[in-house]
Design a protein around this ligand. Sequence first.
Ligand code: IPM
Ligand code: MN
Length: 386
Amino acid sequence: MGGLSTGDRLSPGAARQPAELRVAVLGGDGVGPEVTATAMQVLAAAVGDEGVGLRLDDRPVGWTAVLEEGSPLPDQTLRACIDADAVFLGAVGHPDAHGQPRELLPETGLLALRKALDCWANLRPVRVPPPLVGASALRAERVRGTDVMILRELGGGLYYGEPRGEADGRAFNTMVYGEDEVRRMAALALALARGRRKRVTSVDKANVLEVSRLWRRVVDRTAAEEGEDIEVDHMLVDRAAMELVLNPTRFDVLLTENLFGDILSDQAGALVGSLGALGSASLGEGTDLYEPVHGSAPDIAGKGIANPLGAIDSVALMLRHTFQMDVAADRVEAACTAALADGVRTVDLAEPGQEPASTTEFMDAVLERMDGNVREPAEAMPGGVR
Ligand code: IPM
Ligand code: MN
């Protein structure tokens, strides 16, 4: 799979679906393995119902991998990811890693993986499903109907820019983007918007940064060339942070660079009531990578109370974007919404009077609701291929 070209990836049915899907599974640190285990059960159920085989290949990453193999991204893990049809990653990050040299930080493993797989586009859909309107940090009338696709550039900017380093009591990083990197993002944003509400808001800091001024120019040029049918506007990142809270429903596709997207997507988590609820897809030239937006949450790791919704949502994204299994993706999403509507909530989303579900109780509720919804075999894609 892999090989994101805005033309084919986003048109359903363009990719071929193999008879057996090979997924590299990197649980990682903290709550990562817990939410990953539940997400993989949901994935297995979803593809099993379509008559498609699934082979999971578990590999260490992050601090767990440092302890086991001395590197946050061991060669064998990377090899398994490159060879897989898709990669699922739980979370990386551990308090014990603080103060370690950069090459031993769990986050370094994740950044190296994104780079090695050349995942340059990160899709972070933020929807507030009707049952969760009351759990939002915002008033119901403000948040109802929120449906933003945050499109975060993932392969450049301050995360990877050179020079970087520390010397003589100073530290420095470089924010750098080339026109090509912006152009492919802009083209993807336009293509995504075309299947949605036909609106792109490109977020930058063009009143201060040269990089942003280039970003804005290239977005405008791309829009003029291939986005006549899409409404494109620009917004400074500070204002965007405010608008996301004051008026979240005004956004359709929110296009931005790496660090701004990192920050705004956590903020968007508050719209849904919990960062635990958001999933993401990282797409590019190599294997596609799927990860919940949340971190490793060491404070609740091992307690069995983490919200698996973001991980399960990432599975739905995997089914949709890599495997072109839209029906299976819809079923997973519908089962999650139904569970939430029935009041099944992990502790981060439970409302007063609701008994919080554990991670696996939430998963069971999702699996049950998928069961009630299995399609007749005759309707399934023949041989799992279309
Ligand atoms: C995310 C995370 C990562 C990032 C960290 C863990 C390196 O915060 O996926 O949003 O900053 O990209
Ligand atoms: Mn983040």
